[in-house]
Design a protein around this ligand. Sequence first.
Ligand code: WT7
Length: 650
Amino acid sequence: MNETPNTRDTLANLLTETRQFAPPPDLAANANAKADEYEKADRDRLAFWEEKANRLEWTKKWDRVLDWDNPPFAKWFVGGELNVAYNCVDRHVLAGNGDRVAIHWEGEPGDTRTITYSQMLEQVCRAANALTDMGVRAGDRVAIYLPMIPEAAVAMLACARIGATHSVVFGGFTASALASRIQDADAKVVITSDGGYRRGKPSDLKSIVDEAVTQCDSVEKVVVVQRTGGEVTFGDKDVWWHDVVDNASSEHTPESFDAEHPLYILYTSGTTAKPKGILHTTGGYLTQVAYTHSAVFDLKPESDVYWCGADIGWVTGHSYIVYGPMANGATQVMYEGTPDTPHKGRYWELIQKYGVTILYTAPTAIRTFMKWGDDIPAQFDLSSLRILGSVGEPINPEAWMWYRQHIGGGECPVVDTWWQTETGAIMVSPLPGVTPTVPGSAQKSIPGIEADVVDDEGKSVPNGGGGFIVMREPWPAMLRTVWGDDQRYKDTYWSRFDGMYFAGDGAKRDEDGNIWLLGRVDDVMLVSGHNISTTEVESALVSHPKVAESAVVGATDPVTGQGIVAFTILRGDVEGSDELLAELRNHVSKNLGPIAKPRQIMVVSELPKTRSGKIMRRLLRDVAEHRSLGDVTTLQDSTVMDMIQKGMSS
Ligand code: WT7
């Protein structure tokens, strides 16, 4: 969001997609969300959200659906009260579903745990009592730094139950990243573990917490879950989870909290150095995550087995592992490790084992699976799957088709869901029983959401036009502020366009009105006066049968302003050659027009990605412009850039 491209000539709309897939008739007939959802929401948006809020159990009804008297500070379900943990756990047990499995947990080494809703309730109550015994009170902050183990969900729900605001920090972050987040939130307690398993090895989390906590005076206690049995050093503040939680009472009466009570803070690094603490609150958030999880994934709690492959440290894990699915009483799979451990078919093996019906994952994972080859998923029975979701980045049409074909047996609808940490819940997505899906497009606002694509002046672009995605109306799960920095909240999200939320993503509307997300605005290239999205050039490259993945950047060019430089991973065992590179350049030119023809294509074996799987184009731009590299500390694998730089200079 540093620089906004010159959109006088708005974002060029280059790629055309003509494939379209109707919803399977059975799914359409029995869908949770049918076409009338859009009509209801159009007729009366606030009444629509009120109806969705009524899917939850409130202890006190709200007086007013939305208070937008002081924009951009919204209040939803004003005066209403509820308990989030009660809604995610207790009420399912009270409804007689205590024996339903909440989590089929699979450790990376192959150890498993099955946790029913009754057992979940017991665990959450004990953890809530343990936190209370430690002096944690409603409004206090608790940092959670855990691997993908059930205690992560238990800890979040225990905080929610007592009104403590959690701040989950991804288990791959360094001590200094953890420390700065603990400091910013002023957290009183940290919940961590001795470690977790990733890529066949136990990681060590506790020593990272120890290092971070030396810089954090606010921390009074560190609660340590034993996962790996690895050696840990204990100081005055440290207690074992199994001592304090297992010995606490399993009885706990949930208290009611205001609809606007702070539920959690989640830090996004964004484009600037200081991470922003995105604040989400209680009633509106739970309403939208529960509704979207039901409508977009068509969850049938009695029969579906849902699996979201995200880490709990990202917003996807918050909204679509913990709060949305559990509010809906889902049975889900939770997996600790990486998809290639101990073998590259691990995901498909788990789908077969648990009969997973709904899978939610990211394009970066899908492109990796494509690269590994079709024969791997083909060895497993994936016929239980009925819906496939994608999130995190634009999904190239080819990757979308591969996902539908090789994972979904050519029949499952693929729902490409666009949203952000800031939006809290899905905003733009097809509905699987209603929308004919189009490969590569997130398509339209879900019912009750007013997304638009606007030009530089904030005017809606017509079909066929490009610009920025914005929200014209507030929504229930929206961020309420940046923790401790209302001004930054206003400046970052509400100052670019009058009265609209600016998401920072480029987008276009195709001839049928479908919305296509084109990546961060900072990544848009300006070539001979045309704004070209990196996403479209990447998609054109990936549509070539020999390409698995690609990252495209604009490098300064004396003639054209910026020249297009592409970094490309080839599929399977395809070898790079000058002929192939020429063929790829021509392929892009043929698909998007000569303006988008890459100046240079480099074959690489890996791409630099953040720990959440997003390509770090900034670093590739440094390479393409022969500069020394900027900050590489957020890279998932720091050796990748060395390999790329060596390739570039040879
Ligand atoms: C950014 C938000 C939303 C949960 C995970 C990421 C990109 C996300 C899509 C999509 C195109 C997407 C956007 C957005 N993004 N989903 N379906 N199509 N782009 O949350 O880390 O806050 O990132 O991810 O650029 O702004 P996040």
